[in-house]
Design a protein around this ligand. Sequence first.
Ligand SMILES: *Cc1c(COP(=O)(O)O)cnc(C)c1O
Length: 366
Amino acid sequence: MTEQNGSAVNTLARKLVKDLVPYASARSSMSGGAVWLNANENALAPAYQLDGTFNRYPSCQPKAVINAYAAYAGVKSEQVLVSRGADEGIELLIRSFCEPNTDSITICPPTYGMYAISAQSHQTAVNKVLLLNSERLDLDGIFATNPKLVFICSPNNPTGDVIPHEQIIAVLEHFKNSALVVVDEAYIEFVPEASVAPLLNRYPHLVVLRTLSKAFGLAGLRCGFTLANPDVINALRKMIAPYPIAEPVAQIAAQALSAAGIAQMKQSVATINTLRSDFIKLASTLPGVLKVWPSNANYVLLQVADAADCVNALIDADILIRNQSSQLGLTQVVRVSIGSPDEMQRLTTAMQQYFLTNQQIKREHA
Ligand SMILES: *Cc1c(COP(=O)(O)O)cnc(C)c1O
């Protein structure tokens, strides 16, 4: 193709698409390295088997998966939608409930990036109400907005904080007849007692997002869940593609949600929570680490003097972590995902080397 043809195609794309800055995922923005601690994946992943042939179209909403997830989450099957990751759940909610160029969503930065990007690609305005002290909702600020959807991430990515139940209830009470309140529980398995799923029967406008990507160790599977009132689920089912869940995905998801699969997930959560506590203890002793956020998930946010320099120093040690300094409300922070025991050992050594050397240089200058 000549360059001219290429630019002709570019002029055909919608203005919106030309202006859109796509989500820079950890996988797309960094490559190489041996130790991947930049995407909040689970290094303690089990292996799965496939069986059968794949000549038939799959079920749109495979019953085995829906029923297993409903049982696991303690809700009814009519309250569950399965999708291509929680990311597709976010997109379906915006496409189903927000009128383009008219409605808005409210988000609470610093938080997960896909709410704003999905809204933008659907021509939906985004109200940004910063978290207070990067850990509590600014209720007055949220109540001053007039959205169709409010997104609350708990535990919040990248800070790791759980949003207090009474704050979520206050938001639910305020938006009773005007908006859906979406609580993103992508990391809830690391702190299951904090789930708001038990509130689903009390609040028909509550939506809970879940995923198999994090605690279940299946980020490559692309499988997530939306839990909500059956009316909300039915609206989303009208908008979802006819075959969103490939048959191999359905088979593996059903295995992951079996009693044995759930037991294995819980075991890996226990291991990761212990590794996280150990890492937080270590990080708190390092001279160049200015702040360690208390985490309820499989990652820890650290404030450092120079985030880019810290990320680059770890790349030299073959370790990838994520610079989160561009997040609204945060400066000079890096997010470290909790890996396997061996990976955490390598990380510890590399961080000690980096921060102790830094300190040495500072002392020489003093
Ligand atoms: C990882 C993540 C998601 C996306 O989950 P997928 O099921 O992999 O699409 C959604 N929300 C938050 C807060 C996440 O960290």
